[in-house]
Design a protein. Structure first.
Length: 322
């Protein structure tokens, strides 16, 4: 397979060094302020990544600077364009460090990338590790990326009240850590960091139980999520990591939404739509934006328009779907 672009090892090092400084300064927590576009799993799908970036830049052009974009992890994944996707997002992070934010996902795990058997559900054509080592880059380039992964923030906090996470809240996360940040590369936080990436919300669980379908992480029920939100002082939670038929789903009657942004992934489960979330904190509104997979004609225009018009209020009084 031919690469779309082929940066040199020196260019990759300069890019990683620049982004590494930003990650370390963020101390585990990405903190967008104001209007923010939220992107769920991309999984190396460069077409949907382009659509997401186009939607973000279009809003910047329409409304002026200040619009943020935050990626909830799993930029790399089961696609042959995962390398290009990661480089593109890192480049935008370098160009717009205060508008582009990145969280670490379960696919940005070093063991998973070296051995796909670490993830029981993986459908990767190639691990990111295999791709880098097979691309004729000099020895050590893959470790440079893995060091970058180890320093990526694990949570995002939009306007100090909307929590973004790849997996789901962990009971080990404290309000103090959320306010002050932490050294994500420190060994003492390894378990908490993994849970933030691997936990999942579940309406079938009352509180919390081990997730037998994954190597790491727990399934958190509504009671556990609600208790954690109250303890952390957050009003809304946005989670990635779970493939959704229509790209986005609310968890019960909780102010919790899961989002999936790769529209061309896992055709076997019939997932024609990926989605983005547009957040306007001033209006207390969250609006889903659906990415149409041009190769899939399941959705009619009327169905798409109806979904596009749906949204959530995130103020304290109204937390139901409109």
């Amino acid at each position: 397979m031919q690469q779309i672009f082929c940066p040199s090892a020196d260019e990759l090092k300069a890019l990683c060094d620049s982004v590494m400084l930003r990650f370390k300064a963020e101390k585990g927590v990405a903190r967008p302020k104001g209007r923010t576009m939220v992107v769920g799993d991309i999984n190396g799908n460069i077409n949907d990544l382009w659509r997401a970036i186009h939607a973000w830049l279009s809003d910047v052009v329409d409304k002026g600077p200040g619009q943020n974009i935050i990626f909830l992890g799993n930029i790399v994944g089961p696609s042959r364009r995962q390398f290009e996707c990661l480089i593109l997002v890192l480049a935008y992070k370098t160009l717009f460090p205060n508008q582009v934010w990145m969280l670490r996902g379960s696919h940005e795990e070093v063991p998973l990338n070296k051995d796909p058997k670490e993830d029981k559900n993986t459908t990767c054509y190639d691990t990111f590790y295999s791709y880098i080592t097979g691309a004729n880059y000099c020895k050590g380039v893959e470790e440079m990326f893995f060091a970058l992964f180890d320093n990526m923030p694990n949570v995002g906090l939009i306007d100090d009240r909307i929590l973004c996470v790849h997996g789901m809240i962990t009971l080990e996360l404290t309000k103090q850590l959320l306010q002050d940040g932490w050294d994500v590369a420190a060994k003492q936080y390894e378990t908490m960091n993994k849970q933030l990436r691997w936990n999942v919300p579940s309406e079938q669980v009352e509180f919390c139980e081990r997730n037998s379908r994954r190597q790491y992480g727990n399934r958190l029920g509504p009671k556990a999520i609600k208790a954690a939100m109250e303890r952390l002082g957050v009003e809304f939670v946005i989670s990635g990591s779970q493939m959704r038929r229509n790209g986005v789903k609310r968890i019960g009657d909780l102010p919790v939404v899961t989002i999936f942004s790769s529209s061309g992934i896992r055709k076997a489960v019939n997932s024609p739509l990926g989605a983005l979330l547009f957040i306007d904190p001033e209006k207390n509104a969250i609006m889903p934006i659906f990415l149409v997979n041009i190769d899939d004609k399941i959705q009619t225009q009327e169905e798409f328009d109806e979904k596009l018009a749906a949204g959530w209020k995130i103020d304290n009084k109204e937390k139901t779907r409109q």
